[in-house]
Design a protein around this ligand. Sequence first.
Ligand SMILES: C[S@@+](CC[C@H](N)C(=O)[O-])C[C@H]1O[C@@H](n2cnc3c(N)ncnc32)[C@H](O)[C@@H]1O
Length: 263
Amino acid sequence: MQRNNLKNILAQARKPNRFAVMSKKVFKRLFDYSGKHTQQENLTWLQRSCSSFEDLAYQLDAELWKEAQQNAKELEQHAAIVLESVEFDLGGGGGYPILYFITRYLQPTTIVETGVAAGFSSYALLSAIDVNRKGSLYSSDFPYFRLPEPERYIGFVVKESLKKFWNLYLEGDEINLPRILQKVNEIDLFHYDSDKSYSGREFAIATLKPHMSDTGIVLMDDIQDNSYFYDYVDRENPKSWYVFEYQGKYIGMLGALDKLNEE
Ligand SMILES: C[S@@+](CC[C@H](N)C(=O)[O-])C[C@H]1O[C@@H](n2cnc3c(N)ncnc32)[C@H](O)[C@@H]1O
């Protein structure tokens, strides 16, 4: 391990609440349950279940999908400029055009997301809230502990003008999500993109699902990592669920966008 990495890790570990979360993350990486299905069974199921978000979006509102793509282009151009000053790789974003489209389409009042990093998903959600003139975003993150002063970089690409719609929590999902629940009534949209372990996903869904509105949508990134989403669909048999492929990864969705599919 590089000397600077170790120094940054020790600096983070000394902050209140950080050490417990950091140790859990390391433990989970080594020993976490990976689900009822093997990696290959999960992948085969995802490939079989996968449909195109773009086709769905075109069918629902083609103009709005174009607007989402335009927003994604603006975000990428803006991020390329602001991230030039950062010497570390903060990682790219998830399915931000999908998030923008869903937020514009559903006009949600309360959005919760886990996993902010540089803030691509937060930017997309917040700019859609801005255009809607309605809604707030509650985000949960935990600083990357290998970086110096990692808090500085969380949401780095989010424009100042969008932060008035934003409530950011930085103590890790286990602490943040119960705190967020104290602030919100019903959740209309939940985007999960933080701790990719099985138990991390299990905790977040068990914590937030009872607080989702009747028409609420859950999106979960990187569902190829373990069979959490597959197991959830098997066990709970939800009325509407989807798997989308996005840039070589898979996103799971619980709930329906197409009002024709709703009872
Ligand atoms: C893939 S990145 C998120 C990317 C972001 N959604 C975007 O579109 O730019 C994952 C983030 O989740 C954070 N994270 C990891 N474990 C976490 C935990 N237990 N609680 C909260 N955040 C966590 C990481 O520090 C990182 O910032």
